[in-house]
Design a protein around this ligand. Structure first.
Ligand SMILES: [Zn+2]
Ligand SMILES: [Zn+2]
Length: 846
């Protein structure tokens, strides 16, 4: 066995750490390992095993505490992918690996304790005789030891993490070590113990030694001869030495068909020893059974295969099939208008891959799309589907991850991080709505799941399909340059027409009505018409809360978050002010915090207020709302969508959450109320985003029998993003926008990186960004432009003052090298690594 291993730890340092491997321990590359790091224990991933004695003189090489995995949790390909992400996005490797493994519970609490039989005995003795007189331990220590045993005894069979145990009992680490040495308690690595969490213990009655009257009757066909009532005996047992408790237990098991989860036996209120005695005597066996896991509660839509594939769909499928068969990397852009049947192509492609015994991953943008797609997938693939998305609990994620790793599930659907699903023999990777910004992670590592998907497919020799009605400029450009094959689905299924879009100029509406309208007269009229016809309506307002701004009419100040330079939003129902950037909550002000005036006004409209307004205008209508305030979990979302599908709602109001992928056939009118305010933001992607959102939401209308209509209220009726969206003209928008990007040296013509320098102290942020600015100036690179330092559009965010640089270059490699040098310079100047954000291919520039 090698003497040393290099470990990537989830800390903000760009290097692996070397540890010595104690004799007898066999860590594996790609497996998790527990090591001492500073004052704590931490688990990381083994990246190399070797015999090179480290060159450090000052620090003694520490020993590995424990190898947590016998087999790699990250295979060679995922290790390689992780290293690529670490290089490309300039992120510490250990933090990349942590993101790739949805096993955070196992990572954080890697050590758990349980009580042993000896410990039970000690607890029992302590309870009888107080303490042992010969003990050299102090009374305090004895008390704590007793507490530990008692605490673990109460929770026998469950993992108790070290943190929880120490918090509950005030035990020191040394004291626990002593108890482990005495074999009173056992310390376990949780990666193994978690297996218990994924399964339930079931008690099984072994019929060989016991015969119940029911079993006897089944065998002999005779009427059971029940013993006289009232004697507490329900079974005839060959072994005569059963006490009443044991009989009750066996009775219960027999009545339940011989198998009962031990959890449900608790209700019998028997001593714990009853079960264990019967197990020891071989009358009952305990087995592990996997916990049942429901994929999704949403009702499946009619089978996506009920309609015939159009020639375009067939062609897309055939092209994908050919590429998959060749086992060589291929990239495909599937550009299909909304409602053109992209999902059916995905499912058919995945079905074929599965039939060949290979694996497929489908990425979807956010929880919003997942339930419906998961329901479809479940419908088509049954138990071979696993889902991985952010709304799952840690435990649920781990269950899914292990199912995939074991090969039980070879079709994976999920959000961003599902790109790391540990499938083997990956054949097909699909990124649905590839333009969606939720694929970009806005914390370290700041990876883009679409780009990682392309790289993973390259490494695996797989096919990557990027699907969208509104592809990102980057992807469309790549397809035009023949880096990807471009497949178009130009028509909606069954030739349903795209909805008619009417642009409503809200400036004119203001002039004609004399005051600011939320719902224009025209939109109100259209809504009334649909409600009369019993058709459904969706209204998009991409801003949550009640009022986005609180303004003092006396001094003109707005109520700002104390942590961020942004206005706080009024949430009426929850009776609070909330910052949508950091989550800070404050009381609703009754007077101005700046001048004390009482003329405080709530300005503007969010989705909560819109819902209230619509209730007032259409009191008979049943209105649902979908936004981050009404959707706390997957269930809320599914509940509302199901209600809409079942016709229990007439109208659905919401933020961009309602714009994505929901196939609701009854919706014939979509109203867009203020989806264009992004156009006034200082962000070069504003036009692209607005175009995409408008196209997406318009696509929700008229997916059933009746044709759809969209009323698009805007203050920018002449903006090309609005105009092209209204005409469903992607190519037109694309040409215009590319021209602008080319002039301004923005992607796809240049790679960009956003470097943010942050500090809670304004002076510090200014000083550091000044130093780095002078360094960029001094080391100036040919072909790389640096803009800044400048105050970030949101100067203060989550308590930090922020200054930033934007780097643009046609050469990604050059830019990457320079950024690496910048980080080295910053480290030399003692600027903490955590205070500099390097965001390669930044999507959010605020
Ligand atoms: Zn004021
Ligand atoms: Zn804030």
């Amino acid at each position: 066995m090698p003497l040393f291993c290099d470990v990537a730890l989830p800390v903000p340092l760009d290097m692996p750490f070397t540890y010595a491997i104690p004799p007898g321990m066999e860590p594996v590359v790609g497996g998790r390992i527990l090591v001492p790091f500073r004052q704590q224990r931490m688990s990381g991933i083994v990246v190399e095993l070797h015999d090179r004695t480290p060159q450090t003189t000052s620090v003694k090489i520490k020993n590995v505490i424990e190898a947590l995995d016998l087999a790699p949790v990250l295979d060679d390909q995922l290790l390689k992918l992780g290293k690529w992400i670490s290089d490309y996005y300039l992120a510490p490797l250990g933090e990349v690996f942590r993101t790739m493994l949805p096993l955070s519970a196992e990572f954080k609490r890697s050590v758990a304790y349980r009580i042993t039989d000896t410990g039970h005995m000690a607890l029992h003795l302590a309870g009888m005789s107080g303490s042992s007189a010969r003990s050299r331990r102090t009374p305090d220590e004895q008390l704590i030891e007793f507490r530990v045993l008692d605490y673990l005894g109460e929770r026998d069979g469950a993992d108790v993490s070290e943190n929880r145990l120490r918090h509950a009992t005030r035990a020191s680490r040394a004291l626990l070590d002593g108890m482990v040495r005495k074999k009173w308690i056992a310390r376990e690595d949780v990666s193994a113990a978690r297996d218990a969490a994924r399964t339930i213990k079931v008690a099984v009655l072994l019929s060989a030694d016991v015969e119940t009257p029911l079993a006897a009757s089944a065998e002999t066909g005779q009427a059971p001869s029940l013993p006289p009532r009232g004697r507490g005996v329900g079974v005839h047992v060959k072994n005569p030495k059963l006490n009443a408790n044991q009989r009750t237990l066996i009775d219960t098991l027999a009545a339940a068909g011989g198998r009962v989860p031990i959890e449900s036996l608790r209700g019998l209120d028997l001593p714990r020893t009853t079960l264990s005695t019967l197990v020891r005597r071989g009358l009952i066996q305990l087995i592990d059974e996997p916990k049942a896991f429901t994929v999704s509660k949403i009702r499946p839509r009619p089978s996506p295969f009920e309609f015939d594939f159009s020639p375009a769909q067939k062609e897309a499928l055939a092209k994908t099939r050919d590429s998959v068969t060749s086992r060589k990397f291929a990239g495909v852009l599937l550009h299909g208008v909304t409602g053109s049947g992209k999902t059916a192509v995905y499912l058919a492609g995945m079905r074929e891959v599965l039939d060949q015994g290979r694996s497929a991953i489908l990425l979807v943008p956010e929880i919003g799309l997942t339930p419906a797609v998961a329901a479809d997938l479940h419908h088509v693939f049954g138990d071979e589907v696993a889902i991985l998305h952010s709304a799952l609990t840690h435990a649920e994620r781990a269950v899914q991850w292990h199912r995939i790793k074991r090969g039980d599930a070879r079709v994976v659907v999920g959000t961003r991080s599902a790109v790391f699903a540990p499938v083997s023999d990956l054949a097909l990777l699909i990124v649905d709505e590839e333009q969606d910004s939720s694929y970009k992670q806005e914390e370290t590592p700041r990876y883009h799941a679409r780009d990682v998907a392309v790289m993973r497919a390259k490494m695996a020799g797989a096919v990557v399909v990027l699907g969208s009605a509104t592809p990102s400029l980057e992807t469309y450009y790549n397809a035009k340059k023949n880096k990807y094959a471009l497949l178009e689905l130009p028509d909606r299924v069954e030739q349903r027409p795209l909805p008619e879009v009417e642009i409503l100029d809200m400036r004119q509406e203001f002039q004609e009505t004399g005051h600011e309208q939320v719902i224009s007269r025209k939109l109100a009229e259209e809504i009334r018409d649909r409600l009369n016809k019993k058709e459904q309506v969706m209204i998009l307002l991409n801003r949550r809360g009640y009022s986005p701004v609180v303004l003092c009419r006396a001094c003109g100040q707005t109520l700002q978050c104390k942590n961020c330079a942004v206005a706080m939003t009024h949430h009426k129902r929850e009776h609070k002010m909330e910052c949508h950037y950091c989550g800070y909550v404050a009381h609703i002000p009754d007077k101005c915090a700046h001048c004390g005036s009482e003329y405080v006004y709530f300005v503007g409209t969010g989705s909560e207020k819109l819902e209230e307004l619509l209730h007032g205008m259409f009191p008979q209508a049943r209105i649902g709302r979908l936004d981050r305030d009404t959707v706390r979990g997957r269930e809320d979302f599914e509940h509302t969508l199901n209600a809409l599908n079942e016709g229990e709602l007439d109208m659905l109001v919401g933020t961009q959450m309602i714009a994505k992928g929901h196939d609701v056939h009854g919706v014939t009118l979509v109203g867009v109320v203020g989806a264009d305010h992004a156009l006034s933001l200082p962000d070069f992607r504003a036009a692209e985003r607005t175009f995409q959102l408008l196209t997406q939401v318009a696509g929700r209308a008229g997916r059933g029998e009746s044709p759809g209509k969209v009323v698009l209220q805007t203050y920018f009726p002449d903006h090309y993003a609005v105009q092209f969206a209204a005409r469903h003209d992607f190519a037109g928008f694309y040409d215009k926008e590319l021209q602008f990007r080319s002039w301004m040296h923005y992607p796809p013509y240049a790679a960009i990186a956003n470097v943010v320098v942050r500090s809670e102290e304004l002076d510090q942020a200014l000083a550091w960004s000044g130093e780095l600015g002078r360094w960029f100036e001094r080391t100036r690179h040919e072909g790389i432009r640096v803009l800044g330092p400048a105050a970030a559009p949101i100067l203060r965010l989550k308590r930090d003052y922020r200054y930033h640089f934007i780097l643009k270059s046609p050469s990604r490699e050059k830019m990457n090298t320079w950024l690496r040098a910048m980080l080295a310079e910053a480290a030399a100047r003692k600027i903490p690594r955590t205070q500099i954000i390097v965001d390669v291919d930044a999507v959010w520039l605020m």
